[in-house]
Design a protein around this ligand. Structure first.
Ligand SMILES: *Cc1c(COP(=O)(O)O)cnc(C)c1O
Length: 836
């Protein structure tokens, strides 16, 4: 299986591994850097590319992580501790360089050493492409969690897929989104380490047959399969200044040798190469759908490939240390499923225990249901994954048999609890009947897990009372909440050096590990001198954002203006449309001369639309068209600007969040499970304008009503209004909305593009508009008026900004991960053996 020969004559001894620790001082780091640059990569003084200094620096850092990585592994092995595996189809890691320097404690040393060599760190760091192996919040959450697990020294390993092409790059042409492939590893990836020795073989297709095992028991085997190899690539995940380095293991699909041989010998070389391509396609591209299932066979292949390879990897490691005895497996291992995407892991762990390790059903089921834990990320019905039984049976016949057996046993449990309640059995079945039968992946995850959690208080409550109500009635104690968080290392220390230095000056450095310490800032909101320091810091950050907007959009954002920002995936439930309607309203006010006590505003919107999501793409076009009209009109000078920033991603957010005054979190109540963008903004001192949705509710609870601009219907009001929703009447009854709709319908923003916004107009006017944009328009405009008014009192705004940061401690992913560990994983932290 391994492409390499094993050692036979050689007898490596301890001297092979007897290495002094690598230098952590400026001179030693510079020495290594120069050697990699000149000798390893062969560059000289003619090299004008900033890429090679980046590469050399990455290897310098990787070396330092490598030695700590081994010690972390050794310590975890020796402790024989419980471990958790975070299974996720997405890890939105962004850039690694700045994070590695920060967590190793080398940022300042390296910056100085490079300057000494005539190199500017920031310029060099900009050569790193984002690792965009995720769509949005869900993938970024996985990345923040890995940082917190390493920082808390918890033995958690991330498992995902090594997509050749990550999230597409977004260009804007004539206002429209254009997608370009993101070949992010074209120049190589210095952070990963290939581990061919841990390659796994994954089965697809074929059929199942019974046979009699050695002990006379009837067993099943899965035969005539088309196999694909899973090759692991490991990325080090350093903890913050604690010597721990955890692992993110990403699988790459590769063809088996037989592919070539079988067909080649039959004389059909092109067919054999085609099959090889088929195998390798599994990890070619990330599906660019956010909160939307896609139902494509390749996607199911990806999900099973991740589940099977990861579970095999864990069981390989288990049997290496414990032999074939699984009696304490569930006490020592936990799989956390990031949404339903890896839910097939439930059936796959069963299959491996039954068919590959000979366990009986009840033992295997007991192990599985004490090992799996499931996190739900959305209430949107269109995101609930379902697979046609036919497709399932064709691609994964053995898994379908296992799921049928799980379902039969589960439904008999339901029948025991509610005798004769056939409707409930039908509702709860893992198989949805009627028309084309489907496998319900979320239900499989619930039935197979000992823990089911939502990601904010409201979301968890809505799950218990709505989508998963039947399951909650059956197993109330399975259900729990874990409100999301973000890592303060990337989202404050790294991205906002001005604020970091100010905080360190004022309250010491303890807040970096214990973000609740930011509370100590709160009394300083009343200190005028402190407020001026805060203001200077924020003006610097706004200038940095203004420079970015100027560079990529060509639009001037004067930093005295209110920076009003909405960046996130483009989706109707997130209501970027409501935001544009407000901009149109401001534009009309300017044109009407209604500008006394005007607050100058710069509105920034960014985000990618799924390539097949027509309405979301029309909204992008509308934003750009409105921007063109507004920015070109001399009447708006000094009063209003609108910009759409293309290719919103992690590295852009690192500039955007620190420079934002007003954070737009305006989803229809009950639709945004949590949000995490809202937390990054708050931490960096932005004030939120938002609905009572997701974690906004908890943000407002922390910061206080007076430091949050609330508007809109509650989740309960939204559902109550739905049957009588009458946007026509709302528009007729609100002059502001009437005039905005008139302007939009008159074609003012699409003079030479007739009809292109008809679908948008129709959606606002439809009584069936699920997002109820018209319902919240009035209160949204009024909340904006309050925000504008508050901003004109700069001292007041500064107080609000300080208090938002001061009360953001709860939204550290360290808090979230501590809760996962206390309630679900129950692991002990493990410190690595110290370096000499
Ligand atoms: C934080 C983040 C998100 C999630 O934003 P929401 O506002 O919670 O939807 C999406 N994309 C990127 C690049 C992020 O950094």
């Amino acid at each position: 299986m391994s492409p390499f020969l094993d050692l036979a004559k050689s007898q490596p001894n301890d001297r092979l591994f007897d290495l002094p620790p690598l230098a952590m001082d400026g001179a030693g780091l510079a020495e290594d850097f120069k050697r990699y640059f000149a000798n390893t990569f062969g560059r000289d003084r003619d090299c004008r590319s900033a890429y090679y200094p980046y590469l050399a620096l990455a290897i310098v850092l990787r070396d330092r992580m490598m030695e700590r990585w081994k010690r972390t592994r050794q310590a975890q092995d020796q402790a024989n501790c419980k471990r958790t595996y975070y299974l996720s189809l997405e890890f939105l890691m962004g850039r690694a360089l700045g994070n590695a320097m920060l967590n190793l404690g080398l940022s300042d040393t390296i910056e100085k050493s490079l300057l000494n060599l005539g190199l500017v760190l920031e310029e060099i760091g900009d050569n790193e492409p984002d690792a965009g192996l995720g769509n949005g919040g869900l993938g970024r959450l996985a990345a923040c969690f890995l940082d917190s697990c390493a920082t808390l020294q918890l033995p958690v390993k991330g498992y995902g897929l090594r997509y050749e092409y990550g999230m597409f790059r977004q260009l804007i042409e004539n206002g429209y989104q254009i997608e370009e492939p993101d070949h992010w590893m074209r120049e190589g990836n210095p952070w990963e380490l290939e581990r061919p020795e841990y390659t796994q073989r994954i089965q697809f297709g074929g059929r199942t047959e019974f046979y009699r095992g050695a002990d006379g028991r009837s067993q099943v085997r899965w035969v005539d399969t088309q196999d694909v190899l899973a090759v692991p690539f490991d990325t080090p995940i350093p903890g913050y200044l604690n010597e721990t380095v955890n692992t993110l293991r990403l699988w790459k699909a590769a063809a088996t040798d037989e592919f070539d041989l079988r067909e080649f010998n039959a004389g059909s070389y092109p067919e054999s190469v085609a099959q090889k391509n088929d195998a390798e396609h599994i990890t070619m591209v990330l599906y660019p759908n956010d909160a939307n299932e896609c139902g494509k066979e390749l996607r199911l292949r990806q999900q099973y490939f991740l589940a099977s390879a990861s579970i095999k990897d864990v069981i390989r490691e288990w049997t290496r240390l414990n032999g074939p005895d699984f009696s304490s497996f569930a006490d020592k291992n936990c799989f956390q499923l990031n949404d339903t995407h890896p839910a097939i892991s439930v059936a796959e762990l069963m299959r491996q225990l039954l068919d590959e390790h000979g366990l009986e059903w009840d033992r295997a089921w007991s192990i599985t249901t004490r090992t799996m834990a499931y996190t739900n990320h959305t209430l949107l019905p269109e995101a609930l994954e379902r697979w046609p039984v036919r497709l399932f049976g064709h691609l994964l016949p053995r898994l379908l048999e296992v799921i049928y057996e799980i379902n039969a046993r589960f439904l008999s449990e339901v029948a025991t609890k509610w005798p004769g309640d056939l409707d409930r059995q039908r509702r709860m079945s893992l198989i949805e009947e009627g028309g084309e039968p489907q496998v319900r992946m979320a239900f499989l995850a619930i039935v197979g897990s000992f823990s089911v959690n939502g990601v904010a208080e409201l979301h968890s409550r809505l799950l218990r009372g709505g989508l998963f109500r039947d399951f909650y009635e059956l197993w109330p104690t399975k259900f729990n909440n874990k409100t999301n968080g973000v890592t303060p290392r990337r989202w404050l220390v790294q991205c906002n050096p001005g604020l970091r230095d100010l905080l360190n000056d004022e309250i010491g450095e303890g807040w970096i590990r214990q973000l609740e310490q930011l509370e100590r800032l709160a009394p300083r909101a009343e200190n005028a001198t402190f407020r001026q320091r805060w203001r200077a810091m924020r003006q610097g950050n706004k200038q940095r954002l203004a420079d970015l907007v100027k560079e990529v959009c060509g639009i001037d954002f004067p930093i005295e203006a209110l920076f009003d920002v909405q960046v996130k995936r483009i989706h109707e439930y997130k209501r970027q449309l409501l935001n544009v309607l407000h901009v149109m309203h401001l534009y009309l006010r300017i044109k009407d001369g209604d500008t006394v006590d005007w607050t100058p505003r710069c509105v920034l919107i960014g985000g990618k639309a799924a390539p097949g999501y027509t309405m979301a793409k029309s909204i992008i076009k509308l934003i750009n068209n409105v921007a063109n009209v507004v920015n070109a009109d001399p009447a708006t000078a000094g009063r209003l600007r609108l910009a759409f920033i293309p290719s919103y991603r992690v590295s852009l957010m690192e500039v955007i969040a620190p420079g934002t005054d007003l954070s737009e979190q305006i989803s229809t109540a009950g639709k945004e499970a949590s949000g995490t963008g809202n937390m990054k903004f708050m931490m960096n001192g932005a004030v939120t304008i938002g609905t009572l949705d997701g974690a906004n509710i908890e943000i407002r609870d922390q910061v206080g009503d007076e430091n949050f601009f609330l508007f809109g219907l509650t989740a309960e009001e939204v559902e109550g209004l739905r049957p009588h929703y009458d946007p026509g009447a709302i528009i007729a009854g609100d002059r502001r909305l009437r005039e905005v709709m008139h302007l939009l319908e008159s074609g003012h923003f699409n003079q030479f593009e007739p009809g292109i916004f008809d679908a948008i107009i129709h959606s606002i006017r439809s009584p069936h508009d699920p997002w109820m944009t018209a319902a919240d328009f009035g209160s949204y405009v009024e909340a904006h008026e309050q925000a504008g008014h508050a901003y004109r009192d700069q001292e007041r705004w500064l107080r609000m900004s300080i208090l938002n940061c001061a009360h953001s401690g709860r939204f550290s992913s360290d808090r979230t991960i501590s809760e996962y560990n206390e309630d679900i994983w129950k692991m002990m932290p493990v410190a690595p053996l110290p370096l000499e």
